[in-house]
Design a binder for this molecule. Structure first.
Ligand code: EPU
Length: 423
């Protein structure tokens, strides 16, 4: 059954909205629970499509999953299989994160090529080459499947990644956390969810140095222990709500914001004339008083401006005076939303696969639009709420992969948005 969102835009939003647990943090932490046979309790899980699929993958591998309350699960992976069902693995790209823990625990795994967002050429080379540098043997099998085998005896290794890949860094961190040796990862990514995974592995008993930098040293342990952990709030969801408030020229209080991870995003808000206040973990966006102006936004690995926020900030660009250049240095397929925004009245030129130029301000009007990936979906919701008139946004399932019950949370701050199912 397909679902779409029906949105009546042009109204100011008001009140407060709370940021949920981090999607990408939760995905890595759930995979890491496979590293021990002891029970773990994970709290503050965001109830998202991708997270629920990851839990199914863990279950399929043999882990016991018990929900303790709405957002808390107890996970115990006593006995594990070395292969999860292909159809589950193909649902999300993050399923590749089971590789590191399974190699550490079982010494091998077979895995189908993971699926996920259509946002560019995202190979698995950085993962595989990283594992191979540690002596892991990789064989490609028929039907786009991979067989990975760890060496019988581990040697301390210094792996230099091809690029600052987020999930490849996480995979190697988990692999190394299960080994009684000291290993190093160079050119490691340092996103907040990597820091969170590192803190979690430390809680489980690994010794880790260099979290938040691009060189991580890990002395792992064969017998990691079961712990309790609460997922950190999602800095990407927080940034999405900043754009929502500023684009719709609303005054909103965004609660539970991990402000320490958003330095570059705050700098961009400032450059674009968005007026805001930070009080503890709450951010007040004063959209009514903001005088929006265009600016250059360049995405970079953390601590740079996050690629996951360039699309939501493009809507802000359409409401800003002058030109906004968005330069996504990471992905080459993340501008599919531009056609949809232009259909709504935006003036955006795609310069090349990595750059777009927005001329503003332009009024937006409601249209029939479609989201191709989850960040584009959130972006088009912001655009539809900014626009005058009615929009129909197809691809609600894409939005559900990354944002929990978005329509219910937006209704509470005055948005006219409803989910419609079609047979
Ligand atoms: N890349 C570069 N240069 C770099 C680093 C990366 O060009 O220095 C390119 C890569 O070639 C690749 C792309 O950027 O095409 C993404 O790289 P990465 O391997 O880091 O991505 P990922 O690990 O597959 C994670 C998140 C993504 C997020 C990216 C970038 C998870 C489960 N996924 O993906 O999240 O966009 O890092 O921060 O953690 C999302 O939440 O919507 C999402 C797609």
């Amino acid at each position: 059954m397909a679902e779409f969102f029906e949105i009546e835009g042009g109204k100011k939003l008001k009140g407060d909205i709370e940021v949920r647990g981090s999607k990408n943090g939760a995905l890595a932490i759930l995979a890491a629970t496979l590293l021990t046979s002891q029970p773990l309790v994970i709290k503050n899980l965001p109830l998202l499509g991708d997270v629920l699929v990851m839990l199914e993958i863990l279950k399929n591998l043999g882990a016991q999953i018990n929900w303790l309350d709405e957002r808390t699960v107890k996970i115990q992976a006593k006995d594990l299989k070395t292969q999860a069902e292909d159809k589950l693995v193909r649902k999300i790209r993050a399923s590749i994160l089971i590789a590191g823990p399974l190699l550490a625990r079982k010494g091998e795994l077979k895995i189908a090529k993971p699926g996920g967002c259509h946002i560019g050429v995202r190979g698995l080379d950085t993962h595989f080459e990283g594992f191979q540098e540690t002596g892991v043997f990789l064989e490609k099998e028929e039907g786009e499947k991979y067989h990975l085998k760890a060496p019988k005896v581990f040697q301390p290794t210094k792996v230099v990644l091809n690029e600052f890949s987020v999930t490849a860094t996480e995979n190697l961190m988990m692999f190394f956390a299960g080994q009684d040796l000291e290993n190093e990862i160079h050119l490691a990514a340092s996103e907040p969810h990597i820091q969170e995974l590192g803190e979690f592995l430390k809680e489980m008993g690994a010794e880790i140095e260099g979290l938040g930098t691009h060189t991580i040293k890990i002395r792992g342990k064969k017998n990691l222990k079961g712990v309790e952990h609460s997922i950190w709030p999602d800095y990407i969801e927080a940034g999405t709500f900043f754009s929502l408030a500023a684009s719709t020229k609303s005054n909103l209080k965004i609660k539970n914001v991990p402000v320490e991870f958003l330095e570059m995003v705050f700098r961009s808000l400032k450059k674009m004339g968005v007026s805001y206040r930070i009080e503890g973990q709450s951010v007040f966006i004063e959209g009514e008083n903001s005088k929006l102006v265009g600016a250059k936004i360049q995405t970079l690995p953390y601590p740079g401006f996050p690629t996951d926020l360039q699309a939501p900030f493009a809507v802000l660009g359409t409401q800003s005076a002058g030109t906004t250049l968005i330069f996504d240095t990471l992905f080459e397929g993340r501008f599919k939303y531009v056609d949809e925004l232009n259909q709504m009245g935006a003036k955006i030129t795609v310069c090349d696969p990595h750059r777009i130029l927005i001329v503003g301000p332009t009024p937006l009007s409601g249209a029939k639009i479609k989201s191709y990936d989850l960040r584009a979906g959130a972006t088009l919701i912001i655009a539809a709420l900014t626009a005058s008139g009615k929009s129909q946004l197809a691809g609600a399932d894409e939005v559900d992969r990354g944002y929990e019950k978005i329509e219910e949370r937006l209704q509470k701050i005055g948005a006219e948005i409803k989910r419609v199912s079609i047979e």
